[in-house]
Design a protein around this ligand. Structure first.
Ligand code: NAD
Length: 415
């Protein structure tokens, strides 16, 4: 069924921007499919002595603006279409923050939870051995994503360096600090989203120090969003949730206390002095700011008419369906679209590469300052396009990004 295919959804979003920009068919044709797809079978010696084959992908969507960049996911339900869609979104994400990179994504079908550390290391190194002629600091730079982490990035960087016969820190980002990682990466996605939220609040005249906030998802993006929203603006976090359910207290919640509670109880649901709420209820709360930071398609045709927030800051990828976008727009809900709102992660990854190349490492203040500049400029380029063209923020984000990629392709003589 086409609706369930995430790549079909990414293509539909692109087609809409192509329609708005009145792109001719040949340009549309180039941009609605990936430039290169790599499919690899990775043999891995398991701890019990058997040899198992794992299927892996790397999709390099478009490199007009620079080498491609995007995470590697380890997931039992990984599909080439998910990787294609995410590679497309990486292209638009790098373009919207105007960093000199294109978009890519990778994945391996595996369940990392049942693999030993040794098996995980051999799988990570095996993936690099399979794709290494086609990746590299000047070609394609992977990073962590779902169920991959700094340790896996360190193994992958080491394998690539071993194969090249020299240290190649710039081949991968999201590395541990001791081997070429950057300060500020851990909360970069949420912090970038907060800079965009601050700008959105300013143009809408919303006072964030008095604002109420609900956050769906309490992992890396959601926890730091809740923490920073309180820390940077003094906003009141009234509700958070995770896969186990949600906690609501209209007087406000302390994200750090919730974090400790979740570490012991595995969920925020049941946090003392709170009303337990479902994820569905959380989305429909009467709050100023709603931050989806968990899953795709949670704001959809069915519930979009009941979203009461003034601003939806999408830290998750793909939380709002195209049908819901139109409803939110008609109802005056201001959406900061995903590939703009969550671009802080790739922006700081780009700073990691810059530091690797220059062999000089920045202080965290410098990282945050440069991130602020990038996110603020990106937000206003999208907001201005939305105002000038009378289109909603997601279409505007596409228009800004697609135009930038097309400009690079034209200058290079590709189209
Ligand atoms: P994570 O694994 O750290 O956290 C995910 C959170 O979502 C967990 O708290 C989990 O309990 C919750 N969750 C899972 N199923 C749920 C459900 N059915 N209902 C409610 N909550 C549920 O992941 P993350 O890194 O925080 O990523 C979250 C989203 O942000 C994803 O869409 C991801 O693609 C996007 N994102 C993250 C980054 C990053 O740097 N971490 C960058 C860009 C985009």
């Amino acid at each position: 069924m086409e609706e369930l295919n995430v790549f079909a959804m990414a293509q539909r979003q692109f087609d809409e921007s192509a329609r708005i920009l009145e792109l001719d068919n040949s340009i549309r044709g180039v941009l609605r499919v990936p430039k290169r797809e790599i499919v690899v079978n990775i043999p891995v010696r398991m701890d019990d002595g058997t040899l198992r084959i794992f299927l892996g992908f790397r999709v390099q969507y478009n490199d007009a603006k620079g080498p491609t960049k995007g995470g590697i996911r380890f997931h039992p339900l990984e599909t080439i279409d998910t990787v294609r869609a995410l590679a497309a979104w990486m292209t638009w994400k790098c373009a919207v923050v105007d960093i000199p990179l294109g978009g890519a994504k990778g994945g391996i079908i595996c369940d990392p939870k049942v693999l030993s550390q040794g098996e995980l290391e051999r799988l990570s190194r095996g993936y690099v051995q399979a794709v290494w002629p086609l990746i590299g600091p000047e070609k394609d730079i992977p990073a962590p994503d779902v169920y991959t982490n700094p340790q896996i990035m360190a193994w992958m960087m080491d394998e690539y360096s071993r194969l090249s016969g020299m240290n190649q820190f710039g081949v991968i980002t999201g590395k541990p600090l001791q081997v070429g990682g950057t300060k500020g990466r851990i909360d970069a996605t949420a912090r970038g989203g907060m800079f965009a939220l601050r700008e959105a609040a300013e143009v809408l005249g919303l006072e964030l120090e008095k604002a109420t906030v609900a956050v769906q998802g309490f992992g890396n993006a959601g926890y730091y969003a809740a923490h920073l929203c309180r820390d940077m603006f003094g906003s009141r976090i009234v509700a958070v949730s995770d896969s186990g359910g949600g906690a609501y207290n209209k007087e406000g919640l302390l994200p750090e206390a919730l974090y400790e509670y979740k570490a012991k109880s595995a969920t925020v649901s049941g946090f003392p002095e709170c009303r337990q709420i479902s994820n569905e209820e959380l989305l429909e709360l009467d709050v100023d700011v709603l931050i989806p930071a968990a899953l795709e398609n949670v704001i959809n045709e069915e519930n979009s008419c009941r979203i009461n927030a003034r601003i939806v800051a999408e830290l998750a990828n793909g939380p709002t369906t195209p049908e819901a976008d139109s409803v939110l727009h008609e109802r005056g809900v201001h959406v900061i679209p995903d590939f703009l709102c969550n671009a802080g992660g790739v922006t700081v990854s780009y700073f990691e590469m810059v530091q690797n190349f220059s062999m000089y490492y920045w202080e965290e203040e410098e990282i945050n300052l440069q991130l602020d500049k990038k996110m603020t400029a990106a937000y206003h380029s999208v907001y201005n396009a939305s105002r000038e063209m009378g289109i909603h923020m997601r279409h505007a984000a596409y228009v800004v990004s697609v135009k930038r990629v097309i400009e690079a392709m034209k200058l290079r003589g590709w189209i």
